[in-house]
Ligand binder design. Structure first.
Ligand code: PEP
Ligand code: MN
Length: 337
């Protein structure tokens, strides 16, 4: 439920309400608005009635929240969340494109990609250092060495960085090097990992699980936010269906549905959604037209030699052309790019 405080409620009154709620075993999340403060409270609603919280000083009213995702749903927070990563904002008017190789391989590969994607207008550099591969015999990533390269190239180019974390024990390490923590599709319901990422206070890019419903995905986001980080960016990356012509099926519907249900920004990964570089352009354009807040696209200078996901990686010049072609679509949906 939410406790709506009166306009002008004092800090003391807000703290008193929070204190009583916490004593009753509630988890509280105050949200300070320009005019009003509301306190998100998670726990047994009957206790609130029994203890007459609605009569405490400064309390205007109490609104129950019906959706299972209390903190990421629109019932509590109506305005869109804009995630700030330094001077990059995700979920505002400007569309944000993240791009880079599936995996960090070496400095040349990463630097040459970074310079090209930056020139084309990308704001965030992606690159996996811990790779959760379907086969234990596939390349598993450069680990800390990869994180170091990513941080170095990010610093030199001025691009923000995003990279996947797959293990709770690595959250602290990855947080030291990257600007955004990526939770991959295979980890979407690793609740311990979600909690650790939330505690880190870093922005989190939360990919949709391979077979996750939108509700399960939003509940996963709820884990991150309830652990302390409200900076979650959702990422639709295709789901598993009966179709085998594409690697996954891009759920375009998820974009307007998530926008209606949640205040969190949503971006699309057309690379993993299609699994083939030839279809990445179409999926990217459709995603922007459908209202996505941005894209994350795999780009590699020499896809035929990529250590992972070369088949779905764009060459830098193709990425630059795609960026140009997105401009009129962005304009048509009142977004800047
Ligand atoms: C990736 O981004 O390279 C990746 C492994 O993505 P996903 O978790 O969506 O499969
Ligand atoms: Mn990949």
């Amino acid at each position: 439920m939410i406790i709506v405080m009166k306009t002008g409620a004092t800090e003391r009154q807000i703290q008193d309400v929070e204190k009583v709620l916490e004593e009753l075993g509630f988890q509280t999340h105050p949200i300070y608005g320009a005019v009003k403060t509301v306190i998100g409270a998670i726990g047994d609603r009957r206790l609130v009635e029994a203890h007459s919280i609605d009569h405490m000083e400064g309390v205007e009213n109490i609104v129950p929240i019906m959706s299972p995702y209390k903190l990421v749903g629109r019932e509590l927070i109506h305005d869109n969340t804009v995630v700030k990563v330094g001077d990059v904002t995700i979920g505002g008017e400007e569309l944000i494109v993240m791009a880079g190789p599936c995996a960090v391989e070496d400095e040349d590969q990463l630097m040459s990609t970074a310079l090209k994607i930056k020139e084309a207008g990308a704001k965030v550099l992606r690159g996996g250092a811990f790779k959760p591969r379907t086969s234990p015999y596939s390349f598993q990533g450069l680990e800390e060495e990869g994180l170091k390269l990513l941080a170095e190239v990010g610093r030199e180019t001025g691009l923000k960085t995003v990279t996947e974390v797959v293990d709770t024990r690595d959250v602290e390490l990855v947080s030291r090097y990257a600007d955004i923590l990526q939770v991959g599709a295979r980890s979407m319901q690793n609740f311990k990992l979600l909690t650790e990422c939330g505690k880190s206070q870093k922005p989190v890019l939360l990919k949709r699980g391979l077979s996750a419903t939108i509700e399960e995905w939003l509940m996963a986001a709820e884990y991150v936010v309830s652990a302390g980080s409200s900076n979650v960016i959702l990422c639709e990356r295709g789901i598993r269906t009966f179709e085998t012509a594409t690697r996954n099926t891009l759920d375009i519907n998820a974009i307007p549905v998530v926008k209606e249900l949640s205040h969190l920004p949503i971006i699309v990964d057309p690379s993993h959604a299609t699994g083939n570089w030839r279809w990445v352009d179409a999926a990217s354009r459709a995603s922007i037209a459908a209202g996505a807040d941005g894209l994350i696209i795999e780009v590699h200078p020499d896809p035929s030699r990529a250590s992972s996901d070369g088949q779905q990686s764009l060459k830098p010049d193709k990425f630059a052309n795609l960026m140009k072609s997105l401009k009129p679509i962005a304009k048509a949906v009142d977004r800047a790019l």
